[in-house]
Write a protein that binds this ligand. Structure first.
Ligand code: ZN
Length: 142
């Protein structure tokens, strides 16, 4: 189990803020969950509960580390630069996917800004960012 935790810290390292200790929710993951899947679930959680300062990622009931919205945004931004195309073609070519997608809405969280964007699928590497300077990543809407 310790090996699993260590491995999980590696896999989810970019989602975890080593300095964060506070969290208001837990997210249980399995050893098979990919980092982008966990990132998506964290995005949803933070989107649904904006008051959350952090979420403890847990594997098999053991604490892995705390993810924060800032860390999540930074991870999405970094990955966005590093691998802008990865994964997109795979998803686009999946047979039968077209009838299953749903619109995923994002909106800028800055006060007074009405910027919004709708995607047919979510890729944390391509997390929408508000066009206004300084507004940063948009928030996932329900
Ligand atoms: Zn904005």
């Amino acid at each position: 189990m310790d090996t699993d935790i260590a491995r999980a810290r590696g896999v989810y390292g970019r989602l975890i803020d080593p300095d964060a200790t506070g969290f208001g929710a837990r997210l249980d993951v399995t050893p098979d969950d990919r980092a982008d899947e966990v990132s998506l679930r964290l995005s949803r959680l933070f989107g649904e509960r904006p008051e959350l300062a952090g979420v403890m990622i847990r594997l098999g009931g053991r604490d892995v580390g705390v993810s924060t919205p800032a860390r999540l945004r930074a991870a999405a931004g970094q990955a966005n630069v590093a691998v802008p195309e990865a994964g997109m073609a795979d998803r686009a070519s999946l047979p039968g996917l077209s009838g299953q997608y749903r619109a995923i809405r994002f909106a800028c969280g800055s006060a007074g800004c009405g910027a919004a964007q709708t995607l047919s699928y979510y890729d944390p590497r391509l997390h929408p960012v508000c066009a206004e300077a300084g507004h940063g990543a948009m928030e996932l809407q329900r």
